[in-house]
Design a protein around this ligand. Sequence first.
Ligand SMILES: [Zn+2]
Length: 152
Amino acid sequence: MSATPIRFAPAVLAAIRAEAARAYPHEGCGALLGPALGEVHETLPLPNRDEGSPRTRFSVSPRDYMAVESEADSRGVRLLGFWHSHPDHPARPSATDRRYAWEGLLTVVIAVEGGAPRDITVWDLPGPDQPFRQRALVVGNVPTTGALEEVP
Ligand SMILES: [Zn+2]
């Protein structure tokens, strides 16, 4: 996998910020969808099912995983990864995040401070036993067809 920037549609970033703020002081989370790994077009909200410690643990159940994958299929796009929020913590993935991360999928983390959305970071796994690698995030309108637009 090349370490090219990951492009997010502005509406996706706005939706992540809004959902992360709404979930505060708990973690919010959602799935990321798009036509190819570097192009995030949509986000789908996911319930945070870790009821034991919803503030500090992010987990996606196998059932949710299957549901978003089939939703992606039905829309003709791919499941690219998941985002979750870190209430009152920096936007860096934790050791727990590493344990539950899927190779080949993006891990996106957003910091929420006192209810206000802050930094958003993007990570992936270069290999099965590798630590997270940070990916550059670019914001751009993603056309549905045709050539990519210039990033402003
Ligand atoms: Zn986390």
